[in-house]
Design a binder for this molecule. Structure first.
Ligand code: KG4
Ligand code: ZN
Length: 338
C-alpha cells in the first residue's frame, strides 16, 4: 500500500473554516482558521445558512493561503481529509464537496473524517501526548462529551449532554445578562468581580448515577433570578456570572471523577472552547490524575486535527468512494478501529 505523507485537512462543520497541511514526517506544516463569530454575533448563535455561505466564500482562498504558508502546492498532496460529520449539514457539504472534488482532480485518495474523532486525537499532536487509554472531556459551543479513548479508532462514549452544550449554556446565559456573543469569555470576565456563593444554582444530574449532562435547567434557574430582579447592576451580573461558572465547574468535576473511577484511566484531556475557562481549570487541579490541555488552537475547531485523523485512516487503508458524503448525526461508537 502506498504510504500517504502529506494530507490537506478541511474543517467546515460549524462556524470555523479550518485548513491545515499535516505531514507524517514533520507534523503540522501550516494551519489557518477563519472564524465566523462576527457574522453570527448579531444573532447570539450560529445561523446555519449564513455559515454555509461564508464557508463557500472562504474555503478556496484559505486553502491557497495554507499551502503558501507551508511552502507547498496542491501537487505535493497525497490525500485530502474533510469533516464529513457530525455538524451542520450545509456547512459540512461545502467542505465535503470541495475536498472530494479536489482529491479527484489530483487523483489522490479522499477521506471523510468524524469531527469528534478528530477532536479526540488532537492531543496526540502535542508534545505532552497523553498515553492511552485516556478520558476526554470535550466541552464547546456544539458538544459536551465524556469519552474513553482506548486506542485510535476505539472510543467508548461515557456520557453526553441531553440538551444544551456547555458552551451553549454560557452563550445563552450571557445573552440573558445582556453580555456579548460568544458568551463564555464575557461571563468569565464578569465572574472575576463576582461572588460564586451568592446564588445557589443547581448542579444538574449530579445527585443520581450516570455520566450524562443536562444544562437547560441551569439556564432556566439563571433566567428566573434575572427576571425576579428589577435592575441588572454590574455587581448583580458579576455575582450571577460567578455563581453560574461555579455550578458548571462543579458539575463537570463530579462527572469527570466518576468517569475516571469507572474507567481506571490515569489521564484526563480537557478540550473544546470551554477548556479556556479559568474557573474550570482551577477545579480540575483537584482531580487525582494527570490533566492535559491541548493548546487552544488545537482545542477549538481546526483543520490540523482533521488532517491528522485523515492521515491515520488513510494510512490504515481507509478510502472514500467518489460520492460526496456528509452526515449531520454520526455515532462515534460506530467507527471502526484502525
Ligand atoms: O470549540 P469552540 O471554539 O467552537 C465550537 O463550539 O465549535 O467553542 C466555542 C464555545 C462558545 O460557546 C464559547 O462561549 C465557549 O466556547 N468559550 C468559553 C470560554 N471561551 C470560549 N466558555 C467559558 N469560558 C471561556 N473562557
Ligand atoms: Zn468541534
Amino acid at each position: 500500500m502506498t504510504i500517504i505523507q502529506s494530507v490537506l485537512g478541511i474543517e467546515t462543520s460549524c462556524d470555523e473554516t479550518g485548513i491545515a497541511v499535516y505531514e507524517g514526517v514533520g507534523g503540522i506544516k501550516s494551519q489557518c482558521v477563519y472564524s465566523q463569530f462576527e457574522l453570527h454575533s448579531h444573532y447570539g448563535g450560529v445561523v446555519p445558512e449564513l455559515a454555509s455561505r461564508d464557508h463557500i466564500r472562504k474555503i478556496s482562498p484559505l486553502v491557497q493561503q495554507t499551502l503558501d504558508d507551508a511552502g507547498t502546492s496542491v501537487d505535493s498532496l497525497d490525500g485530502v481529509a474533510y469533516t464529513s460529520g457530525p455538524g451542520l449539514i450545509g456547512a459540512l457539504m461545502v467542505g465535503a464537496a470541495f475536498g472530494r472534488s479536489l482529491a479527484w482532480s489530483l487523483d489522490v485518495p479522499a477521506i471523510g473524517v468524524h469531527h469528534m474523532e478528530a477532536h479526540l486525537l488532537a492531543p496526540l499532536l502535542t508534545e505532552s501526548k497523553p498515553s492511552l487509554p485516556f478520558v476526554a472531556l470535550l466541552v464547546s459551543g456544539g458538544h459536551t462529551l465524556l469519552v474513553l479513548v482506548e486506542n485510535i479508532g476505539s472510543y467508548h462514549l461515557l456520557g453526553q449532554t441531553l440538551d444544551d452544550a456547555v458552551g451553549e449554556a454560557f452563550d445563552k446565559t450571557a445573552k440573558l445578562l445582556g453580555l456579548d456573543y460568544p458568551g463564555g469569555p464575557e461571563i468569565s470576565r464578569a465572574a472575576e468581580r463576582g461572588d460564586p456563593q451568592k446564588f445557589s444554582f443547581p448542579r444538574p444530574m449530579t445527585n443520581r448515577p450516570g455520566l450524562d449532562f443536562s444544562f437547560s435547567g441551569l439556564k432556566t434557574a439563571v433566567k428566573n433570578v434575572v427576571e425576579s430582579s428589577s435592575t441588572l447592576s454590574s455587581q448583580f451580573t458579576a455575582d450571577i456570572a460567578a455563581s453560574f461558572e461555579q455550578a458548571i465547574a462543579e458539575t463537570l468535576i463530579v462527572k469527570c471523577k466518576r468517569a475516571l473511577n469507572q474507567t481506571k484511566a490515569q489521564t484526563l484531556v480537557l478540550s473544546g472552547g470551554v477548556a479556556a475557562n479559568r474557573t474550570l481549570r482551577n477545579h480540575m487541579k483537584r482531580l487525582d490524575c494527570q490533566v492535559l490541555y491541548p493548546p487552544m488552537d488545537l482545542c477549538t475547531d481546526n483543520g490540523a486535527m482533521i488532517a491528522f485523523a485523515g492521515y491515520q485512516r488513510l494510512n490504515a487503508g481507509y478510502r472514500e468512494p467518489l460520492s460526496i458524503s456528509s452526515q449531520a448525526r454520526w455515532n462515534i461508537e460506530s467507527l471502526k478501529g484502525l
